[in-house]
Design a protein around this ligand. Structure first.
Ligand SMILES: Nc1nc2c(ncn2[C@@H]2O[C@H](COP(=O)(O)OP(=O)(O)OP(=O)(O)O)[C@@H](O)[C@H]2O)c(=O)[nH]1
Ligand SMILES: [Mg+2]
Length: 451
């Protein structure tokens, strides 16, 4: 049995309305003690009740109180929501009264955690609720919503169901070898079934790359020598004077970031200090930072100057970026050509200038092409998007590989059941059929208070 918890569920600031949420066995009784109006312990479930919050006899605020009785609530427990006039002071005062009456302040995500522990939602759905709140693009909102509504869970359960049916057949074969209606399972009969499930999981993994893109966006590092136009590129792409631009080499010292949505996917653009050898300490720190950002980026845009010869440093940089997604963007093509671009060994080369947004179309098309952004479309959007889920699918695949190896070795079918069960359990962990408390702490601590 859980205790009674409360929290402010709306962002704390000045607004028209604030909501304070209370859930747990004593939630209705506690709110009733500070409420003047109908007796909340006697009202119907799922009603909204007008009245006042009082502190002894003094009126604190005029409110609407929603009473939702277990089990049809967000947490499956009794749940009360107090809609009060917005404003930090009033909202805090009502929370304080509830705490005095004996409610405990909820931890971040504790309402959702209860929804999970009480069996209303599974772990994918819970994680998706967190993602939904944090989503910044239309696509990531749709992706999270698919998780919230259980579509992704269904996908996992369909695969688990296939595993169960193989396991059940194996058991029947072992336990009732004389039972005539049961198909006599052999390794050869099981093999195509396992391969079929393996394909399902591989597909899921392949598509999850899209899920990650949709959820996290693409980190794009803009790098190059000083003065080639990196900051200008950032500004023109963002259509905003975000970074300082001058004709002095070494203008950008610290990183400057901006977000751009391309084909519904968030690009996290990172403008960096021009890379060169320098004696200036501040600039050197900036240069070192640039190198670190390159390591972490999903895409590197190396900016060169159309109006300048390519330096040895630039060629070395291209060489060192071979293993990354790299676009060599040749800027300032409105000036005369001095660049010897035949020297360039890179398959993604684009020309442009930062005088106008339209002149960067080719660059944006290239990014779209490299990440296949036009294909990510939203027809099903049943992608896994978080690393915990993805790593479990990878482990589940390993257990199927094991199983297939055993089949090749013509092992007894009852031993195959072990790998099949392991695969089933791993997929179960994704939806939270088994879990460790630390995992729950980790998932829910990233939620907001009152969710
Ligand atoms: N003609 C022309 N000039 C440009 C273009 N892009 C940038 N510039 C000019 O090039 C100079 C350097 O631009 P920045 O954007 O500050 O260059 P940067 O690469 O960020 O330089 P650092 O921060 O010093 O590394 C400025 O005078 C810009 O106006 C372009 O497409 N065409
Ligand atoms: Mg700059």
């Amino acid at each position: 049995m859980f205790d009674t918890i409360c929290a402010i569920s709306t962002a704390l600031g000045v607004g028209a309305i604030s909501i304070i949420r209370v859930t747990g066995p004593d939630s209705i009784k506690l709110v009733n003690e500070i409420f003047k109006g109908k007796n909340l312990e006697k009202v119907e479930s799922h009603t909204i009740n007008y009245g006042y919050i009082i502190n002894n006899e003094e009126i604190v605020d005029e409110v609407l109180v929603s009473i939702m009785k277990s089990p049809k609530t967000y947490t499956k427990e009794d749940l009360v929501e107090i809609n009060c006039h917005g404003g930090i002071n009033t909202t805090n005062k009502i929370l304080e009264l509830l705490l005095i009456k004996g409610a405990r302040l909820a931890e971040p995500g504790e309402f959702t955690k209860r929804a999970f522990l009480n069996g209303r939602i599974d772990l994918i759905e819970a994680e998706s609720i967190g993602d939904l709140i944090n989503s910044e693009t239309d696509k990531s909102r749709k992706l999270s919503l698919n998780g919230v509504t259980g579509n992704i869970t269904n996908l996992i359960n369909t695969i688990r169901q296939k595993l169960v049916s193989i396991s059940a057949n194996i058991e029947v074969n072992i336990d009732y070898p004389e039972y005539e209606d049961a198909v006599n399972l052999t390794n050869e009969l099981i093999k195509p079934k396992i391969i079929d499930i393996k394909k399902d999981l591989e597909n899921l993994l392949k598509e999850s790359a899209n899920g990650k893109l949709i959820k996290n966006g693409i980190d794009v590092a803009i790098v190059g020598k000083p003065n080639v136009g990196k900051s200008s590129l950032l500004n023109t792409l963002l259509e905003e004077e975000k970074a300082i631009v001058t004709n002095i080499a070494g203008t950008t010292r610290d990183i400057v970031e901006g977000k751009l949505i391309l084909n519904g996917i968030m690009l996290n653009l990172i403008d960096t200090a021009g890379i060169r050898k320098t004696n200036n300490l501040v600039e050197q720190i900036g240069v070192n930072k640039s190198k670190k950002i390159i390591e972490k980026a999903d895409l590197v845009i190396l900016v060169l100057n159309y109006n300048d010869k390519i330096s040895k440093e630039e060629l070395d940089l291209i060489e060192s970026l071979k293993t990354k997604n790299l676009i060599v963007y040749i800027n300032k093509n409105d000036l005369t050509k001095k660049i010897d671009d035949k020297k360039l060994n890179c398959k993604n080369i684009v020309y442009g200038n930062t005088n106008e947004y339209a002149n960067l179309k080719k660059l944006k098309d290239k990014i779209t092409e490299i990440f296949n952004l036009e294909q990510i479309e939203t027809s099903n959007m049943n992608y896994l998007s978080n690393s915990r889920q993805i790593s479990l699918v990878k482990k589940a695949l390993l257990s199927l590989d094991n199983c297939l190896e055993q089949i090749e070795n013509n092992i007894e079918i009852d031993l195959l059941a072990i790998d099949i069960k392991e695969c089933y359990d791993l997929l179960g962990e994704i939806i939270g059929n088994t879990y460790k408390d630390e995992l729950l702490d980790e998932i829910f601590e990233n939620f907001c208070l009152g969710k």
